[in-house]
Ligand binder design. Structure first.
Ligand code: GLA
Length: 664
């Protein structure tokens, strides 16, 4: 049976960019709620997320229900024109659950219990936890399903718990039985002939608990796959309940970007709205690029359609070693950047900064300084500007990207195993380096799964795909065969889907594609070490490669053991880069290859640090620098934020933003 048509973010936004955040009124006396509403209206807040951590308040004793306070809040929001994203509170069970049902608590790889007193202390595989979670979800959906304030369901929060406990053990085994059918197949896939690990009966198969030395990589890889699937089951169980009550209300759960615990490609397919929490470090000089990467990733998971910033910080977070506030203008810049790159919702953790609890030093839209504080004043400005943009932007698509960056959780999981050659080559960092090169070249990219249809892209970039399925390899070969240009970074195509190294150290068809006759050895580099290549330096990694006779071009290593051997090879439209070039070289290399492939930057002549993105016929210009710049923009435009006419150039101050519409 075809899946019934599901609602989308547009059903929640109703033509307005959502603006607001997590609202935790249970931390405040009711008088404050009215003050909150006044300030929300002042700031143009049109959406709040309620109930994320409210389980103990909603169900103070097993089976009890205390909905009165939430009834009052739902009504209060509705009366004031504020929509509600209603969360199921299942990420933080009340203490009574752990006390009465210790099996609901997860255990770490040493078998130690993770107790209540923080959050996310639930075992995804506990039948008791799942029963309680389903019951509270059912009752919330029944009670609020027809409430006029309800706009969206938010299931749980940042699903992330690993569990090595007894029920997880049994569930892992069931998952493996389903995947492999027989123990022989499991033994083969995990390579258990090594170190006498062969399993004779299923009960010997465990989650990868504390062991004397390095664990079996196949077992660890499957445990990560299983964990993502087990958490997904929890999500789907709650999603199915709310969807049954309210088929017209979209459902989401918020991702953490670059979080290992969920294969976001798989999860996103099961969400009506893809939402994400983004916390770039305000001190990171490339925080804007990190944001762009997360935006591109999330938009791609949403198949190019609008997506949601579920959480960001109006000021400092409180979970880094040192937590810096956002300088004036940065919150606005990063909020509008998300909109430029496809967001139809700009929300925060959280509305009002807490005065107690673990996050009392984490910023809120209303900081400890209150309504006169700089943070709230900037929030107000953002709210007003989003309202201005809503009509032209909501539901519009970002201009189709001509470049795709391939990204895969399985490749990430497998590449980070114990026993690898280098712990310096961190997958997210490598992905980020390649994306940064595109960002600095003013080229908007999508992300894609290696098995996705790539035919609409002129250029496909593979920062690294240590593990590749046969289907992914077929896909890349077909892409190049079909006229596409491909650039792959080091350690691509090394292992098959069981993390078995492919004969020759790289799949033979890929070696042929890139013009590699023999891949003799990998030569990882130490932290800070550089490999000299003709014209540039490589970092992190190098490879001893013998090129095939008919390779079209090479850039050779210079000096050292690899002197004269190819660092970069090209055969036809396929490029292989066996090291990570320093940022400026990677940018130039990629920009040249992109230009050759017919890829056009969004705008030419942009000053460094200025980002340009087109969405819905509008041109967003974002200055990530602290100095003012003049940006050449040929033609006549109207600036939507200022109402001014713009001819041939626009001035952007520090962290300045312009949204331009071509003058008719
Ligand atoms: C995550 C959580 C929030 C809050 C923020 C703090 O995104 O979902 O509840 O803890 O982090 O940055």
């Amino acid at each position: 049976m075809p899946e019934p048509q599901r609602p989308s973010l547009a059903d929640a936004t109703r033509g307005r960019i959502l603006f607001g955040g997590d609202y935790n009124p249970e931390q405040w006396p009711e008088e404050t709620w009215h003050e909150d509403v006044r300030l929300m209206k002042d700031a143009g807040v049109n959406s709040v997320t309620l109930g994320v951590f409210s389980w103990a308040k909603l169900e103070p004793r097993p089976g009890a229900r205390e909905f009165g306070w939430l009834d009052r809040l739902m009504d209060l929001m509705h009366d004031n024109g504020i929509g509600v994203v209603l969360a199921t509170p299942t990420s933080s069970p009340p203490p009574w659950m752990g006390r009465l049902h210790p099996e609901t608590l997860p255990r770490d790889e040493d078998g130690r219990t993770e107790w209540w007193g923080s959050r996310q202390h639930f075992s995804h595989s506990s039948a008791t936890y799942r029963r309680y979670a389903a019951a509270i979800t059912e009752d919330l959906a029944a009670r609020y399903g027809s409430h006029p304030a309800l706009r969206m369901w938010h299931i749980n929060n940042e699903y992330c718990t690993y569990d090595w406990g007894d029920e997880a053990e049994a569930a892992f085994r069931r998952w493996l039985q389903e995947k492999y059918g027989t123990l022989d197949a499991l033994n083969e896939a995990w390579g258990t002939a090594f170190w006498s690990q062969g399993y004779g009966v299923w009960n010997e198969v465990l989650p990868p608990r504390r062991a004397h030395y390095m664990k079996n990589p196949g077992q660890v890889l499957d445990f990560k796959r299983f964990t993502s699937d087990a958490l997904l089951e929890c999500y789907l169980a709650e999603r199915d309940i709310v969807a049954r009550h309210t088929p017209h209300i979209p459902v989401t759960t918020n991702f953490m970007p670059f979080w290992q615990g969920q294969d976001a490609w798989v999860w996103a397919e099961r969400e009506d709205v893809v939402s994400v929490d983004i916390y770039p470090d305000p001190r990171d000089p490339f925080g804007g690029q990190y944001g762009a990467l997360v935006h591109d990733m999330t938009r791609s998971q949403a198949c190019g359609g609008p997506w949601m910033v579920m959480e960001q910080a109006a000021g400092p977070v409180n979970w880094r070693g040192v937590n810096h506030p956002k300088p004036a203008g940065l919150n606005r810049l990063w909020s509008l950047q998300a909109v430029a790159r496809g967001a139809d919702a700009v929300c925060y953790f959280q509305w009002r900064q807490s005065r107690q609890g673990s996050e009392k030093f984490h910023s809120g839209m209303v900081s400890h300084a209150g309504e006169h504080g700089r943070t709230f004043q900037e929030v107000k400005r953002i709210g007003a500007e989003l309202a201005l943009l809503s009509e032209k932007v909501a539901d519009a698509r970002v201009e189709a990207a001509e470049v795709a960056v391939l990204l895969d959780w399985n490749a990430w999981w497998a590449s980070q195993q114990d026993g690898r050659l280098s712990s310096e080559a961190d997958y997210p960092q490598v992905v980020r380096a390649w994306h940064r090169a595109l960002w600095e070249a003013h080229t908007v990219a999508d992300f894609a799964h290696p098995e996705h249809d790539l035919s609409t892209y002129k250029l496909v970039v593979v920062p690294q795909l240590y593990l590749m399925t046969d289907a992914a390899i077929d896909n890349l070969l077909a892409y190049v065969e079909g006229g596409g240009t491909l650039v792959a970074g080091f350690q691509t195509g090394v292992a098959d889907e069981d993390d078995r190294v492919r004969a020759g150290g790289m799949d033979a068809r890929l070696r042929d594609l890139f013009g590699i006759r023999v891949l003799h050895e990998w030569w990882p580099l130490d932290a800070g070490e550089k490999a000299e290549v003709e014209g540039f330096h490589g970092t992190l990694w190098s490879e001893e490669i013998e090129a095939a006779d008919d390779v079209d071009a090479v850039m050779p290593y210079k000096g050292g053991e690899l002197d004269g051997l190819p660092a970069v090879l090209r055969r036809g439209r396929a490029w292989y880069v066996s090291t990570l070039p320093e940022p400026h070289t990677l940018r130039t290399l990629l920009a040249d290859i992109a230009a050759d492939a017919g890829v056009r930057p969004t705008l030419t002549g942009l000053p460094a640090g200025v980002e340009a993105v087109r969405r819905g016929g509008l041109l967003f210009l974002l200055n990530h620098g602290r100095d003012g710049v003049t940006v050449p923009v040929p033609g006549r435009h109207r600036s939507l934020l200022t109402g001014a006419d713009v001819t041939d150039a626009v001035e952007l101050g520090r962290y300045g933003v312009a949204v331009l519409e071509a003058a008719s």
